[in-house]
Design a protein around this ligand. Structure first.
Ligand code: PMP
Length: 433
């Protein structure tokens, strides 16, 4: 028994808290935030283009005009005006929804928690892309759900692999309840589910009695003018859709939402009330005013142009600095490139060396529930300037060269430290989401 489990308080904790552990690379992430380090690790939006002075004035007006409401308790489902506006936002991706079926949450992270709480008993299976968003894996693990990964390629989730995974889960006597998918500009894979596949995925899940949990924080951040239809628009009865203002506006207000089939919505409101009573009134009213009084669509366009330039800088630098045999995805939107190194590399083992060289990334194992992803890493291009991105990739190239030299000379690279692995039941370092 470890010394930690002898703590009398921890002995009294529920069994499920065993699935709630901080990632061991949290300490490293403190170093990552030093200015000399180029962090390609965090998924933080770049907020410099926000009209902060106008937002400050709007905040003042909100308090002056409506302060008593904004600072008061409110309804568990969220305010009606915002839910109506959310329906207009979702219409941009082909969703026709009624504000009654929308529940406002504290970011889509809270929505992931509420949906898992409602659907999953310990041991239930959640199918999810290989790789998957680290924050969702942490939530699923906290509820003792088992993740079964489904293969993806450049067009997203592979429908035949989804069918095979459903059959395998069934044969093993377990029950798959949800398919968790990020169809647009995937975190971390950077790929987008093709339009044909959306219909196939919706049909396969409906036939198998599995609810689709569609997580779509990046859908409006495409770099071309193509906007993909949400899976929800194809099958409103079997898809729970999660949206967020974190990437299209700002994450600090922590406002996201769930659009759910009616019966699920009722449960979500109860779950929301039991967790938080109600989503913050002030934040909801602020977002509502932002949507009503600001040109939010041109703010999104500004973000898209800014991120596209950074994506271009990263892709060009990768061509120059990566060793032969390395592959990476070419995202058409969002924040992330997913990189796969040749056989022999271990990105978690290499991370301390990379941080010493003043560059950081998230090791691939963070995005798998089952220890895969050793040769992979997620690179974010959202936050650093294009110049810093190029410098970061140059430094990464240096690290990989040294690593290659070790592999050639000794047959092994940096020694793998099991305590630095992010995979499995750990919560991500906040900067790694
Ligand atoms: N889902 C995905 C795929 C994400 O990338 C993120 C944030 N990185 C979230 C959910 C959580 O977003 P928020 O809680 O800020 O809405």
């Amino acid at each position: 028994m470890s010394g930690r489990s002898l703590d009398p308080q921890l002995q009294r904790n529920a069994v499920r808290t065993g699935g709630m552990r901080a990632s061991a690379i949290r300490a490293l992430f403190a170093v990552v935030n030093r200015p000399e380090v180029v962090s390609l690790a965090g998924g933080m939006p770049f907020l410099d283009s926000l009209p902060l002075e106008q937002l400050a004035a709007e905040t003042g007006r909100l308090l002056a005009d409506d302060g008593r409401v904004a600072l008061q308790y409110g309804a568990g489902q969220g305010i009606p005006e915002l839910r109506e506006q959310i329906c207009q936002v979702m219409a941009l991706e082909g969703i026709s929804a009624h504000p009654d079926d929308v529940v406002v949450t504290i970011g889509s992270q809270m929505a992931l928690d509420l949906v898992t709480r409602i659907y999953c008993d310990p041991g239930d299976v959640i199918l999810a892309e290989a790789p998957s968003y680290v924050g969702a894996l942490g939530t699923f693990s906290a509820y003792q759900a088992q993740v079964v990964h489904v293969e993806t390629d450049d067009d997203g989730l592979v429908p035949a692999a989804l069918e095979a995974a459903i059959a395998a889960v069934r044969e093993s006597g377990r029950r798959a309840k949800l398919l968790y998918t990020v169809p647009n500009f995937h975190n971390p894979a950077g790929v987008t589910l093709s339009v044909d596949r959306r219909a196939q995925v919706a049909r396969i899940c409906a036939e198998a009695g599995i609810t689709v949990l569609e997580d779509n924080p990046y859908g409006l951040l495409g770099f071309s003018d193509t906007v993909y239809p949400a899976i929800r628009s194809l099958d409103p009865d079997n898809v729970i859709y999660l949206g967020s203002f974190s990437k299209t506006f700002a994450p600090g207000l922590r406002v996201g939402w769930v659009l759910a089939p009616h019966a699920v919505k009722e449960k979500l409101v109860l779950a929301n009330e039991s967790a938080i009573l109600n989503p913050p009134m002030f934040n909801q009213m602020m977002i509502s005013r932002y949507l009503a009084n600001f040109d939010w669509q041109s703010q999104i366009k500004t973000y898209r142009e800014l991120y596209a330039e950074r994506r271009d800088a990263m892709l060009a630098a990768l061509e120059t600095h990566m060793p032969a045999g390395t592959t990476w995805t070419r995202p058409d939107g969002g924040f992330y490139v997913w990189l796969t190194l040749p056989e022999g590399y271990d990105t978690a083992a290499m991370l301390p060396r990379a941080v010493t060289e003043r560059v950081a990334y998230v090791p691939g194992t963070a995005f798998y529930a089952d220890g895969f992803g050793t040769r992979q890493m997620r690179l974010s291009f959202c936050y650093p300037t294009p110049e810093r991105i190029v410098e970061g990739i140059r430094r990464l190239g240096t690290v990989l060269e040294a690593e290659q030299e070790m592999l050639r000379t000794f047959g092994v690279g940096s020694v793998s430290r099991p305590d630095l692995r992010l995979g499995g039941p750990t919560a991500p370092a906040p900067d790694a989401v």
